[in-house]
Design a protein around this ligand. Structure first.
Ligand code: SAH
Length: 538
């Protein structure tokens, strides 16, 4: 009878995170060989197997014993915590076999059974710190020269990898983690998020969120995995998160946010993409290795320059602020629809070659600007007398030009509405149309909320469906509302919507659902024929 070696990773420690195959393999084996603590961890799964448990440092003899037993016809389980192929027993078992001239086809059968490694289990407990390019580095210098470990930390730090440090510290090895921190601080900011997870999914599990500067103030031991964030990792509500991409986006008065998933694949969000660096004039010389190296270097430098704006003296330090996309909308005014040449020049200057100026249906030009200094941009726009508004699920006022200012009576109300409510964050974007006469030629009745000024008072329209094949105007719910009341009334309607609407629920849907807003009743205006909605692009 031929024996078999089952090299099993049993995951972090609790039974729920052991794979089905690992369980079966443990049960079908005759002998279990492993480090004593690990054997103890899986004791509850045993059904009479012979146990050979050894001390921590007896890995080689464990592997040799396993091979010997398998050669004698036994099914032998060699167990590792986490994954057996990550600083575990798998490599060692193969090394012992290879030394003996073992061949895959003719020798004892080997099955390596994957398990959840500490990088995965600890990451899950911290939130989502891995997400992007990451690496594991073991700080144990028992089998690896410290010089090499140092080099790897240095390289990983420089290349902005998220890093999981295994074997960070033991009773005797205490300096390694101090050295590692010193190297990391050369390339990463002191406040870089760091997660310490001790005994993930075991009885003494302990999770600490700290940062690169302070991490040594906390307990780190043999059972800890240290996860170092990259330059865009952040903490949120006791979670450590690394965004999938580097580009971040923000608008007025809002904290920097990772791009929403659907925004990520837009071209302008990727100024560093290989395709978009075509303007990099690379002089390819002889097809020898050296020129290839030079090419990659030039490309890397160009990319870094694009991201950081740093010119010739590129420092290896990655901790410069990474540029984000600053998004905002500009217009000449609430009523004023005329741009001045100076305003156009200002736009051209601040948007630059890499930014985007988009002409929108919303009486504004949307700007997407690559910058790390949004305040400067805002100041320049203000100096040029622009009206600036945030982008996103906010309220914006779309007024007419009041016949080029001739019918100016209601302009102050439009301006007050913009001042009081413009930019207010809402469950979904909301447009408030304000038109200065009964012609309503700027389409106020076609906005979520519409106001038409007529005979010294306002008519109020609610709940237009602004797009789609079943688009319709808002319902007229009141006529002749006094100018003194209008701002307060609209504010109360908007507040009610803000408080009661579901996330992402458009105003017309909200009105249809709740039937009453500030005492105004929804009328069913569903058309006789059923109109099928077409999805975007159809
Ligand atoms: N094969 C294992 C790693 C063994 S090296 C795996 O894939 O996870 C031992 C190191 O792994 C420890 O020093 C610690 O850094 C990490 N580790 C293993 N199990 C862990 C757990 N449950 N919680 C936190 N870290 C753990």
């Amino acid at each position: 009878m031929k024996g078999k070696l089952l090299v099993i990773g049993f995951g972090p420690g609790d039974y729920k995170h052991i794979t089905e195959r690992a369980r079966e393999a443990i049960q079908e084996s005759d002998i279990i060989i492993g480090y004593k603590t690990y054997v103890d961890l899986i004791k509850g799964l045993l059904t009479g197997q012979q146990l050979i448990s050894t001390g921590m440092t007896e890995e080689v003899s464990r592997a040799q014993e396993a091979v010997k037993q398998a050669e004698q016809g036994k099914k032998v389980a060699v167990i590792s915590s986490g994954d057996a192929g990550v600083y575990g027993m798998a490599g060692l078992v193969y090394e012992v076999l290879i030394e003996k001239g073992w061949k895959k086809d003719s020798g004892v059968e080997v099955e390596v059974i994957p398990g959840i490694s500490a990088i995965n289990s600890c990451a899950a407990l911290l939130g989502a710190p891995i997400m992007h390019d990451a690496c594991t580095i073991s700080l144990s210098d028992h089998l690896t020269p410290w010089k090499l470990i140092e080099k790897r930390i240095e390289a990983a730090a420089q290349a902005d990898f998220v890093i999981a440090l295994y074997n960070p510290k033991s009773g005797r090895r205490t300096r390694q983690i101090v050295e590692a921190q010193r190297i990391l601080l050369k390339y990463r900011l002191p406040e870089t998020p760091v997660g310490l997870v001790k005994s993930a999914y075991r009885d003494n599990q302990n999770i600490v969120m700290t940062n690169l500067q302070d991490m040594l103030d906390h307990e780190i031991g043999m059972l800890t995995t240290v996860i170092i964030g990259n330059s865009s990792t952040f903490f949120y509500d006791d979670l450590m998160v690394t965004p999938r991409g580097y580009q971040r986006k923000y608008t007025l008065n809002q904290a920097i946010q990772p791009l929403k998933p659907h925004q990520r694949l837009q071209k302008e969000a990727e100024p560093w993409a290989l395709e978009q660096t075509d303007n990099v004039k690379l002089k390819k010389k002889d097809p020898v290795l050296l020129s290839d190296i030079e090419t990659s270097r030039a490309l890397a430098e160009e990319a870094l320059q694009l991201i950081t704006g740093v010119g010739e003296n590129i420092s290896p330090i990655v901790n410069q602020p990474i540029q984000s996309i600053f998004e905002l909308a500009v217009s000449p005014g609430v009523a004023n629809k005329k741009f001045t040449p100076k305003q156009m020049l200002t736009l051209a200057e601040i948007t630059g070659e890499e930014g985007v100026m988009e002409y929108t249906p919303d009486h504004s030009i949307k700007l997407q600007i690559l910058t790390s200094q949004p305040d400067e941009i805002v100041q320049k726009l203000k100096d040029a007398n622009f009206l600036i508004s945030p982008i996103g699920d906010v309220l914006s006022v779309k007024a007419c030009d009041f016949c080029d200012g001739e019918k100016k009576d209601s302009i102050p109300y439009a301006e007050e509405l913009h001042e009081r409510l413009g930019g207010m964050e809402l469950p979904k974007e909301l447009k408030l149309g304000v038109n200065g006469c009964g012609m309503a030629c700027y389409g106020a009745v076609k906005e979520d909320i519409g106001l038409v000024y007529r005979n010294g008072a306002f008519d109020l329209f609610l709940g237009a469906k602004t797009v789609g094949r079943s688009a319709h105007p808002g319902q007229i719910v009141a006529e002749g509302i006094g100018p003194d009341e209008i701002v307060g009334l609209v504010e109360r309607i908007v507040q009610e919507y803000k408080q009661k609407a579901h996330p992402n629920e458009r105003f017309y849907k909200f009105f249809k659902r709740v039937k009453q807003v500030q005492g105004f009743t929804y009328q069913d205006i569903t058309p006789k024929i059923k109109i099928e909605e077409a999805v975007c692009g159809e």
